[in-house]
Design a protein around this ligand. Structure first.
Ligand SMILES: *Cc1c(COP(=O)(O)O)cnc(C)c1O
Length: 339
């Protein structure tokens, strides 16, 4: 079977068996109900005026860990059998996934070990430690941290909870898409932060199933956009990890990616890349005009509108994916008067 890159999204879906289904998302929604926050979709008057289209913000910043990743982690852990849970969980994380696993594990009474690279900001490390998880700092890249996970799975029989490339994790993140369609049935465009593709892939499964004409735009930073590079190459490629304001979007998609590359390749309508200055403007706008503390990764949808890098043509939902920014970095950005 050949998939024509130029075919319309709805045609591609008809001819493709996707690794995650709408049913997977619906089951996830039932499983995690009451354990994660059903987040609000609030109007943004300033972005609506600016783009001349009704723009709403999906505030995943309101999750108890300050980011959407609780949805996927909670669904993945609740999907395990008792024996696997008792042996304990392990994961690698640039921060928010680690927080999510630590929080969900504590809620469910399961031990968790979190591996992360030395590039992860100190505030994120401490946040996870304070949630009661064991922390292991290894190497200087997400790949090094992932190698440590494999070792612990082999040597201690811990159960891995992957950050994005897992059907249950994707299904959990996709519950955001179910909520979007419920709250905004005439949705036309979704702007979604893109890294490993669990968030964008999951939301796309819901939106393309329930509202096939809607467009989904993935947004990454120019510095190390792994999914963008993989879609262009037709397979996962190694990208150089660089420091960026959108640190939660850093890291590769995994060279043996099984789930999220297929979803993003087949379901995303476009991927947009942003400069650091554009991301900074998004963070500033969120603070000054929306009254929200938003981290770089969470601000890319807002930033894409401000930078005129997306053409909006109807009701638009912007996924504001997280709030966990180093307070000093945030203060510094907000203090500057440039727009
Ligand atoms: C993880 C994360 C993303 C990207 O999610 P993927 O599923 O890896 O694409 C975006 N924003 C925030 C705040 C995150 O923590």
């Amino acid at each position: 079977m050949t998939i024509m890159k130029s075919a319309s999204p709805s045609r591609v879906i008809e001819n493709t068996v996707l690794p995650v289904s709408l049913t997977d998302l619906e089951r996830a929604a039932t499983r995690i109900e009451g354990r994660v926050v059903r987040t609000p979709l609030v109007p943004s008057p300033s972005l609506s005026v600016r783009s001349d289209q009704p723009v709403r913000l999906k505030l995943e910043t309101r999750q108890p860990i300050g980011a959407f990743k609780l949805r996927g982690a909670m669904n993945a852990i609740l999907s395990l059998d008792d024996a696997a849970r008792r042996r304990g969980l392990v994961t690698a994380s640039t921060g928010n996934h680690g927080r999510a696993v630590a929080y969900a594990a504590r809620e469910l009474g399961v031990p968790a070990t979190i591996c992360m690279s030395s590039l992860v900001p100190a505030n994120k490390v401490e946040a996870i430690r304070s949630l009661g998880a064991d922390i292991r700092i290894v190497g200087a890249s997400q790949d090094d941290a992932q190698d440590e996970v494999e070792r612990l799975v082999q040597s201690s029989s811990l159960t891995p909870i992957p950050p994005f490339d897992d059907v249950n994790v994707v299904a959990g993140q996709g519950t955001i898409g179910l909520e979007l369609i419920e709250d905004l049935p005439d949705l036309v465009t979704v702007l979604v932060p893109l890294s490993g593709g669990g968030l964008a892939g999951g939301i796309s499964v819901a939106v393309k199933a329930l509202k096939p004409q809607a467009r989904i735009i993935g947004i990454s930073m120019e510095r190390g956009a792994a999914m963008h590079a993989a879609i262009a190459a037709g397979k996962p490629v190694a990208v150089r990890e660089e420091e960026t304001l959108a640190d939660s979007l850093g890291g590769g998609i995994g060279l043996s990616n099984r789930v999220t590359l297929a979803l993003c390749r087949d379901l995303l309508d476009d991927v947009i890349l942003l400069t650091e200055a554009e991301i900074a403007a998004g963070i500033r706008h969120a603070a000054r005009d929306e009254g929200e503390v938003v981290e770089g990764a969470g601000a890319v949808g807002i930033a894409a509108i401000l930078a005129d890098k997306v053409k909006l043509s109807g009701p638009t939902a912007v996924i504001v994916s997280g709030s966990n920014i180093d307070p000093a970095v945030h203060r510094n950005l907000i203090g500057r008067s440039t727009r």
